[in-house]
Write a protein that binds this ligand. Structure first.
Ligand code: ATP
Ligand code: MG
Ligand code: MG
Ligand code: MG
Length: 479
């Protein structure tokens, strides 16, 4: 069986052999892009090449990129741990062509790598092609369809919707159809019961998307029209942990050697086994094994947990993890920081920054855990009261003020309250919560307005109004 390390190396070696320059991952924390807090796809660091703002040194590049999908356009947080293939932090393997090769090579190489180098049986694979969108006057990607026909029988080629098979950078800018590869990991028995093609893009835990090939060929104008790009580009992304799971023949990403080391350590710490017991406990194991990666890599890239912006995203993930071990693994002391040394070791040769910062990261994580554990017990009792009160009022909606008190006094990020509520079939009055949050922000602005130096302060009558770069942070803090 190939190890994760070998699988990663083979990907990079393969694209090196096809003339690609192998580059390091960009940091997972994005420092100077007001539209993005964290890297959420391999292409982020190459955005300026696609926009034509910068010339690439090489027209063929490949890498493994640290990604985080817990905010903004891609937010998988609620799936993580509940399913077995969405992570917060994951590695996205990618290859790019900047005005160099296009669909024919990209398709042929992805097929060659999966079926010949990795040896995935062809009858496990499905591919999707953009099927067109009449409302938007977008044509079907006939070119990709015909190219796939060279490799795959037509009953394994599916036409996809704009949502799954057309990629756009934003309201304007480069865009184009994409073609995705899905693997059917079900048993033969299960396969006999239902055709795999019915399960593609249907959130089936054993029929999973592994690789997206985006073909940037249009530029979306301000008036919405598409004009062909003078130079066409390829942008691909393959989920590394999913690939490893397929190649190691596992039912879950967490059963691969990417995660089993960490899970084994958690088992020892809490004295409970993974995978044999109740569902909640297993989810807790997966959440911890997943979240420690997000926490570790973001802190190592310079983002400390805090109360705003990117820092608050980390804090939310950390507190979600703490609540899982506290409530479902019965562990009441700092746990996450104990997972750091092994994680740093595991990635020493791939992402050395974690190893270099391991002591600092452990210390920061431990302090965060201690701080939250100090109020968690009281907060959990408080939320029990709130839930009882909600029920007694014959509603399923948790009062926004109560949710705000949990946030403000007990340090419960809103998505933690949401999560605990949803476990009890309740939801949060989001508007009322947001209103409370706004009021608090207004109060703290008034209190600090005149001390700040590098923020822009506008005066309107007696009130101070901020404009400037805390806008996005304010949005992020209530995500
Ligand atoms: P999905 O439909 O499974 O949510 P996606 O279509 O959102 O995936 P893309 O944006 O196409 O994903 O990203 C490219 C690849 O990255 C996917 O094909 C998948 O293998 C992987 N990937 C995406 N999101 C995650 C995640 N949260 N955890 C692990 N791998 C992921
Ligand atoms: Mg997704
Ligand atoms: Mg998808
Ligand atoms: Mg996709």
């Amino acid at each position: 069986m190939l190890t994760a390390t070998e699988i990663r190396r083979q990907f990079l070696d393969f694209f090196r052999s096809k003339g690609h320059d192998i580059v390091p991952s960009a940091p997972i924390v994005v420092k100077n892009d007001p539209t993005l807090l964290f890297t959420n796809a391999g292409m982020n660091q190459f955005k300026d090449y696609f926009l034509g703002n910068r010339e690439p040194e090489h027209t063929r590049i490949a890498d493994t990129q640290k990604c985080l999908r817990v905010s903004g356009k891609h937010n998988d947080l609620e799936e993580v741990g509940v399913d077995t293939y969405h992570h917060t932090m994951f590695e996205m393997l990618g290859n790019w062509s900047f005005g160099d090769y296009f669909k024919a090579e990209a398709i042929a190489w992805s097929w060659e790598l999966l079926t010949e180098v990795y040896g995935i049986p062809k009858d496990k694979l499905y591919v999707t092609v953009f099927g067109g969108d009449s409302a938007e006057d977008l044509p079907m990607d006939q070119e990709a369809y015909d190219l796939w026909k060279r490799h795959v029988s037509e009953d394994r080629i599916l036409l996809g919707s704009k949502k799954d098979n057309f990629w756009e950078m934003g309201d304007t800018g480069p865009c184009g159809p994409c073609s995705e590869i899905h693997v059917d990991c079900r048993t033969d028995e299960e396969k006999a019961q239902q055709p795999g093609r019915d399960l593609v893009n249907a959130d089936h835990p054993q029929v999973i998307e592994i690789w997206n090939n985006v073909f940037m060929q249009f530029n979306r104008q301000k008036d919405g029209t598409l004009v062909p790009l003078p130079a066409k580009h390829v942008d691909t992304g393959m989920g590394f942990e999913r690939l490893v799971r397929v190649l190691q023949n596992k039912q879950s990403n967490y059963d691969t050697d990417v995660f089993t080391g960490t899970i084994g350590i958690i088992e020892k710490i809490v004295g409970k086994p993974y995978g044999y017991s109740d569902r909640k406990q297993d989810i807790a194991f997966r959440v911890l094994a997943d979240h420690i990666r997000a926490i570790g890599f973001t802190i190592a890239d310079g983002q400390l947990p805090s109360n705003t912006g990117a820092g608050y995203v980390i804090r939310r993930i950390l507190r979600r993890a703490v609540r899982y071990y506290y409530s479902y693994l019965g562990y009441k002391q700092p746990l996450l920081f104990q997972l750091m040394p092994a994680l740093a070791k595991q990635f020493e040769d791939v992402f050395p920054e974690l190893h270099k910062q391991a002591d600092l990261v452990s210390r920061v994580v431990k302090e965060e855990e201690e701080a939250f554990l100090r109020t968690l017990d009281k907060g959990l009792r408080k939320i029990d009261d709130i839930i009882a009160d909600t029920r007694s009022r014959d509603t399923i909606t948790i009062d926004g003020k109560a949710a705000f008190e949990l946030y403000d006094t007990y340090g419960f990020p809103i998505d933690l309250t949401r999560l605990i509520g949803s476990e009890q079939g309740l939801q949060v009055d989001e508007d009322a919560f947001a209103a409370e949050m706004q009021q608090q922000k207004a109060r703290s602005r008034a209190a600090t307005a005149l001390d700040t130096q590098d923020w822009v302060v506008l005066r309107e009558g007696n009130a101070s109004v901020f404009v400037g770069y805390d806008h996005h942070e304010a949005d992020a803090s209530i995500m």
